[in-house]
Design a protein around this ligand. Structure first.
Ligand code: XMP
Length: 546
């Protein structure tokens, strides 16, 4: 397993996870490590290739992030990207200087198609630049293989030593041929076979889980979200009834969500595991009654979750393993992998391990990016509607009801949200029918997981939000319905386009869709007489309302 590995050495750039994802999309396994990783450790990992990422420093400055010159003598192909390329030049005897002007944004570029790096790339194309410094003199043995109007060395190579550098960012979508360049590096130059695939991942994981768990018992908190669902599917395929999943329905789930999760994982579902659904709605509503402060609400929901889970765990008794749906970005972001992003420390449902009586943690998705988790889910036969689910916050509708929470309000927001999701999905299907007439309606039978996946992602209109939901405001206003005065709640519709959920823009949903949603909500959901569309971007807003 993972014999073929490319290392992404992180110098603190903002796109570093993206570099790793793009490499994985070439079916090559890779991992992110800090530039501080000792050379000995890098050697031990026996990589097929090394990619040096971008970063915020200037390589000629004192104290700048750097690497050992011996990194380039391992006999392993190295590709430097942006800062990585400059650093390669600097360390190997070239010159890097500050340019008069920063080169930023989409840039026309001429590439030397004789270079292995640019195989199958048009000689004239576009790339995404973001740099102040530039390579003013090549290191000995290197030649320039791409240039723009202001950058003489937009890419360079030393074929004898298998060293390559690219000044721009091939990993971002604004470099349309970028994926091809990374493919050329990892598959052709490094010679990786491209055997990192989700079917083999699933088979290998099942084997490894069986070896690790033996005849032990495993406990998993299943939220119904993508990560824990895929973890449950994988574990159940590996160890069946040795797995117990506890699913806490806190009464703040989307419409029918609890039943949907139960249908897949419960009795008679497609997985053979012990499934415990705890219907804790009443408990939650009682605890939350009259509470309006957002942080307080979040806290109560989190604490109550732990309490319910603890009670169930006690009934089960000691378990050998506690399973968690941790995924690779959680690992990187908590500072365990790369350099760039100690953005947030990772908490899986608020510190579960403290009280559950178990010996070891098991994290079967620890090496996967979100996209790969979804693919593994498809591979395991988890229904598409669960696999392609939007992110849903742990506190659920609790933070989508502004002010105090009541069962009636939960019902209102559930109904409004279900209508909204139904109409957006319908409009997207209609758009596909009209715009993708050549492909639409083709059977998915016989398609690989990769093909189903790219279809799901790419065959969507521009306005398709990455996350969208209804939230209940605490505004009540006067309306008129069938000659009667009403004094009811207003619902807010949220729809955002985002790549990383750290920043977001309001999605440009077609006005007709919004109107249909408005009219259906007002007609069908009792207690709501007004609909707002939230235009706020993040920042300054957040995606959720509370
Ligand atoms: P915000 O509101 O911070 O949301 O812009 C960013 C993304 O995170 C999700 N979110 C949460 N997810 N527990 C979670 O698991 C939470 O407490 C939580 N709060 C927000 C939100 O849905 C969005 O995708």
């Amino acid at each position: 397993m993972n014999k073929e590995k490319v290392l992404v050495i992180d110098f603190g750039g903002q796109y570093n996870q993206l570099v790793a994802r793009r490499v994985r999309e070439c079916n090559v396994y890779c991992e992110i490590y800090s530039y501080k990783t000792p050379l000995e450790k890098i050697k031990e990992m026996n990589p097929k290739g090394i990619i040096l990422t971008g970063g915020p420093s200037s390589c000629y400055e004192e104290g700048a992030a750097t690497c050992s010159p011996d990194l380039f003598n391992l006999g392993v192909p190295v590709l430097g990207l942006c800062y990585g390329a400059q650093l390669m030049s600097h360390v190997l005897g070239g010159k890097v200087e500050r340019a008069a002007n920063r080169e930023y944004g989409k840039t026309e570029i001429d590439v030397d198609t004789a270079s292995e790096l640019f195989k199958n790339v048009p000689a004239h194309t576009t790339c995404w630049m973001s740099h102040f410094d530039y390579i003013s003199k090549l290191a000995p043995g290197f030649k320039s293989v791409a240039h723009t109007s202001s950058t003489p060395v937009a890419a360079m190579e030393n074929v004898e030593r298998n060293l390559y550098g690219i000044q721009f960012h091939p990993e971002v979508l604004h470099t349309p041929e970028g994926s091809k360049m990374l493919y050329n590096f990892v598959r052709n130059i490094c010679g990786c076979a491209g055997d990192w695939r989700m079917d083999t991942f699933v088979e290998d994981s099942i084997k490894r889980i069986r070896e690790k768990v033996g005849d032990g018992k495993v406990l998993l908190a299943l939220s119904g979200g993508v990560d824990s669902s895929v973890a449950a599917g994988l574990l159940s395929r590996a160890i069946g009834k040795q797995l117990t999943c506890v699913f806490v329905d806190h009464g703040l789930l989307r419409k029918n969500e609890g039943d949907e999760v139960e249908a897949v994982f419960g009795k008679g579902g497609q997985f053979d595991l012990n499934f415990i659904r705890v219907n804790a709605q009443e408990r939650y509503y009682a605890k939350l009654a009259g509470v309006t402060e957002p942080e307080r609400k979040r806290k109560i929901i989190g604490e109550e979750f732990i309490r319910v889970f603890e009670e169930e765990a006690k009934k089960i008794g000691a378990v050998d393993f506690l399973a968690q749906g941790t995924i690779y970005p959680d690992v990187v972001e908590s500072g365990l992998g790369g350099e760039s992003a100690v953005i947030k420390s990772h908490h899986n449902v608020g510190g579960l391990p403290d009280f559950v009586d178990f010996k070891e943690i098991i994290e079967p998705l620890r090496d996967l990016f979100k996209d790969e988790v979804r693919k593994a889910g498809l591979q395991l036969g988890i229904p598409e509607r669960l696999v392609f689910r939007q992110p849903f916050p742990g506190p659920g509708l609790g933070i989508r009801i502004i002010g105090d929470i009541t069962a009636e309000k939960v019902k209102m927001v559930q109904e409004a949200d279900a209508i909204y999701r139904e109409e957006v999905a319908k409009a997207a299907e209609e758009w596909k029918k009209a715009n993708l007439s050549d492909r639409f309606g083709e059977s998915k039978e016989g398609l690989s997981v990769d093909e189903i996946f790219s279809r799901e992602r790419e065959f969507n209109p521009d306005w398709m939000p990455d996350q969208y939901f209804a939230a209940l405001t605490n505004v009540r206003s006067v309306g008129v319905m069938g000659d009667e005065r009403t004094y009811d709640y207003a619902v807010a519709l949220r729809a955002v386009r985002t790549v990383d959920f750290m920043t977001a823009e309001a999605a440009n949903l077609p006005f007709e869709v919004l109107q249909t949603v408005m009219s259906r909500i007002i007609n069908e959901v009792r207690g709501i007489n007004r609909v707002f569309y939230d235009l706020t971007s993040k920042p300054p807003g957040t995606i959720e309302m509370e």
